[in-house]
Design a protein around this ligand. Sequence first.
Ligand SMILES: O=C(CO)COP(=O)(O)O
Length: 144
Amino acid sequence: MTRKRIALVAHDARKRDLIAWIGAHRGALAGHAFFATGTTGAKVRESHPELDVTPLKSGPLGGDQQIGAMIAEGRIDLLVFFVDPMTAQPHDVDVKALTRLATLYNIPFACNEATADMIVSSPLFAGGYTPRPADFGGYEGRRV
Ligand SMILES: O=C(CO)COP(=O)(O)O
């Protein structure tokens, strides 16, 4: 198994769903390294102490930005971010920045359970798949 670096984020209304999702996939998730926004990380650690979870800052205090920076540095292989589409977030710009970077750097990114289910049950997940590097569509600063 290739050890993946998995970012976990859930808005408040989705935290229970993320914990349940982790429980449902504990076999596939065992042994990987997890990085999570603060409150999400604390809850994941509480319910799944067997996982190696590094908590970052809480989302509204910069945690989404920290994960975005890790993506830009090539330090995250998968983002599982259970988004609440029904509640306005004070840090909406940070959420947008994070999802933009996940898209830009072409990492697998699940914003709901169905997508997360497909990713962790894919043979590509088990098989050490490496996505092609982003080429930024001709952006002049791409080598910088
Ligand atoms: O707000 C979040 C993501 O945008 C999540 O942050 P917490 O995990 O600290 O609640």
